[in-house]
Design a protein around this ligand. Structure first.
Ligand SMILES: Cc1ncc(COP(=O)(O)O)c(C=O)c1O
Length: 481
């Protein structure tokens, strides 16, 4: 629903009211500078208490509804056979129309199970685009990924409605080149995370799955960001406006052999799981749940979270709920774009994405421009975003850098968390940083882990640029901001 205004253009409106709050803390700039050094210029290492606007992720930090919280009270706490689990499994099979469900504690645990089942050394997993943890599990087992997102998907500024679409010609050619026996599975990621939360169209999913089916290749949907993708299919794809989110979800699910999700995103609580159509395949993967996750009726999830998820899945089918994120993001993207700040357009789900390749074009890619911009935003406003660029890649086998095709700073909009005035604050500070971008310098590693280095890597600035940037910020806003 869009609320109409008497005296001005519509603005995104919160279609919920705040019932529980968490106090925010805006440290003075000098202390933020110290915290940056303490956290080795890696925003994953900051403490939440030192952050004003936490836009690192939408994962496990979405606001729960009163109904989700109420459901947590009826959790049936049993190691085996918990009624809470059966309620969750029934809800999932009602929504997705897939009967077999394997619980797991979060999205990457599902990726571990799927990779362990399907990937052998030398095998390839074809996808529209990789996600960090999905790729790490595949390569850990000696597999490779082939990313076949359409070329236009990687052009930062565009008005293409479905930038997550896979290139169908490349898909067919890739299967033939790799040979069918060598392809472990086709993985399509809805709401494609690393290219700016960009959706896939239903038609593209259908066409890609038809190609895989022709060759007998298993098809897997990563549904972690499905609720955003459903919103975009309903609002952007021809012939979909009249369909309900539940219908669209079912049409998508009907295409795939396997659907997995992170409940930290899809369902607004914490957990995950894999829906499997084929009984034999389901039994073949069961052992991995008991080995890696927990017994088959909780899979590493708390029963309270499972109850919350069961309600959260239902809320993910409510257009008033799933439109909130994309509408706030679209608003932020438009304000920034109008000001001239390079951002990924059109706005996607998940967050607003700044194009650090452009904003920090003076910082060489080997000095991690997106990582540097992420630090600058914490310094200049207490905003924590996430680097999604070269830092988030892993090095090539010969030790050379694998340069990311996009250098992005993601400012995530956890669902139902931030208000419009907080969004305005973020837009304002991004504009200021953009206008002072020449003061931003590079970063280099002081400790570089081999796997998923962005989580725990330690870095330092290549010069005293953070001091100069802070001095300019304090001249503008004072020492207490
Ligand atoms: C598309 C996608 N797949 C998988 C994952 C992994 O999920 P989790 O963080 O719950 O392990 C994420 C997390 O951000 C994601 O965005």
């Amino acid at each position: 629903m869009e609320i109409k205004f008497y005296k001005h253009e519509p603005i995104p409106m919160e279609l919920h009211k705040v019932k529980i709050v968490q106090q925010l803390n805006l440290l003075p700039g000098n202390q933020r500078l110290q915290k940056l050094y303490d956290s080795a210029f890696n925003t994953f290492q900051l403490h939440n208490i030192d952050i004003f606007m936490d836009m690192l992720t939408d994962s496990g930090v979405n606001a729960m509804s009163d109904n989700m919280q109420a459901a947590m009270l009826r959790a049936d706490d049993a190691y085996a056979g918990s009624e809470t689990f059966y309620r969750m499994a029934r809800k999932l099979s009602d929504i997705f129309g897939i009967n077999y469900f394997l619980p797991a504690h979060q999205g990457r645990a599902c990726e571990n199970i799927l990779a362990t089942h399907f990937v052998k050394p030398g095998k390839v997993v074809i996808m529209n685009y990789h996600f960090t943890t999905a790729k790490a599990h595949i390569t850990r087992l000696g597999g490779r990924v082939e990313e076949l997102v359409k070329d236009e998907g990687l052009i930062p500024r565009s008005n293409l409605p479905f930038k997550g679409d896979i290139d169908l010609e490349k898909l067919e050619a890739c299967i033939q080149k790799e040979t069918v026996e060598n392809v472990a599975f086709l993985r399509l990621e809805s709401g494609t995370n690393l290219i700016g939360g960009q959706p896939m169209s239903y038609q593209n999913m259908k066409d890609a799955v038809a190609i895989a089916n022709k060759y007998g290749i298993p098809t897997v949907l990563d549904a972690s960001l499905l609720q955003d993708n459903i919103y975009f299919i309903k609002t952007r794809e021809d012939g979909m406006k009249q369909r309900s989110p539940a219908e669209i979800l079912r049409m998508i699910a009907d295409l795939f052999d396997i659907v997995y999700f992170s409940g930290r995103k899809f369902g607004f609580a914490r957990g995950g799981g894999i829906l499997v159509r084929d009984e034999k395949m389901f039994h073949a993967m069961e052992d991995y749940v008991t080995m890696f996750e927990g017994f088959l009726t909780y899979g590493g999830m708390s029963v309270k979270e499972m109850e919350a998820l069961t309600v959260g899945f239902e809320e993910s089918l409510n257009m008033d709920v799933i439109s909130q994120g994309p509408q706030f993001i679209e608003y932020a993207v438009k304000q920034l774009d109008d000001y001239g700040v390079p951002v990924i357009t059109p706005g996607g789900g998940l967050g607003a994405h700044l194009d650090a390749m452009q904003i920090c074009s003076h910082v060489p890619q080997e000095e991690y421009p997106a990582g540097a911009l992420t630090c600058a935003l914490y310094l200049c406003g207490g905003i924590r975003g996430m680097e999604r660029g070269t830092l988030s890649e892993e090095r090539n086998a010969d030790g050379s850098e694998r340069f990311a095709s996009m250098e992005l700073v993601r400012l995530a909009f956890p669902r139902r968390v931030f208000t419009l005035s907080q969004t305005e604050y973020v837009i304002d500070r991004v504009k200021w940083v953009y206008d002072h971008r020449e003061l931003i310098g590079g970063l280099r590693f002081t400790h570089e882990p081999k796997t998923l280095r962005f989580f725990t890597g330690r870095l330092e600035p290549t010069s005293d640029w953070p001091h100069k940037l802070l001095a300019a910020y304090q001249a503008e806003f004072g020492r207490d901001q």
